[in-house]
Design a protein. Structure first.
Length: 145
């Protein structure tokens, strides 16, 4: 059963059976737009690896499986950047340069975490009407991975 809610400017759909909410997000210029489903967003992550420090973004605390992304519009506007071991795909808009999400390309054989190839991390700054500065932020030691 879905329940529509509105708070200020924000509109989202909550799936009461799975406790997941559908969020809308976009890059800065709007060329890339997407919807995704996740538990209510109450926290985020910042990573200290070389690219994340430079991007300065707050990402989703959990990796999202591909089936939780309901729609991606403007994929032709996305470019891809990889570096180092190329385990992560950094997708960014060709027009405004914003990285709306990353995807896992590969995981090392000894990896024991929740990431799987194809899983997403969302740039929470791209989520409509979400105040990333009000979230609890965890620091990930990506520099040591």
């Amino acid at each position: 059963m879905n329940c529509c809610r509105t708070a200020g400017n924000r509109r989202w759909v909550s799936d009461q059976m799975s406790n997941k909410t559908t969020y809308q997000a976009s890059c800065h210029c709007g060329a890339v737009r997407f919807r995704f489903r996740s538990e209510e967003i109450t926290k985020g992550c910042r990573c200290n690896c070389s690219i994340c420090v430079r991007k300065g973004i707050v990402t989703s605390a959990a990796y999202l499986p591909p089936e939780d992304l309901e729609q991606i519009e403007g994929t032709s506007s996305l470019a891809l950047y990889q570096f180092g071991d190329k385990d992560v795909n950094h997708h960014f808009c060709r027009t405004c340069g914003i990285c709306p999400f990353t995807t896992v390309a590969a995981v090392p054989p000894t990896y024991g975490g929740t990431a799987k190839p194809g899983y997403y991390r969302i740039n929470l700054g791209c989520v409509e009407s979400l105040d990333v500065y009000a979230l609890d932020i965890e620091i990930i030691d990506g520099r040591s991975l």
